[in-house]
Design a protein. Structure first.
Length: 83
């Protein structure tokens, strides 16, 4: 993987078909009833209320990368996992 802040070679729209940017943090709104079980330290009632799930970029959990492809679609990945 490329170092944070540096674009990998061959990944620019002219000819590469995608562009990537490193992210420090990514948050996703989790509406109530998403089916996720409560984590450690949470009670069952807290699972039904809407919350934010926040992902931080780190060496341990993987770096966050925003990728936009030539069609205009985008995805966010952390290490090898698509979020």
């Amino acid at each position: 993987m490329a170092e944070a802040g540096k674009e990998p070679a061959g990944l620019g729209f002219p000819g590469g078909g995608a562009a990537q940017w490193p992210l420090q943090r990514y948050g996703r709104f989790m509406p109530s009833g998403t089916g996720e079980t409560p984590g450690l330290g949470q009670d069952v009632g807290a699972a039904s209320s809407p919350t934010w799930k926040v992902f931080d970029s780190s060496e341990e959990s993987g770096y966050l990368v925003l990728t936009i492809v030539i069609s205009g679609h985008f995805f966010i990945s952390q290490g090898q996992t698509l979020l």
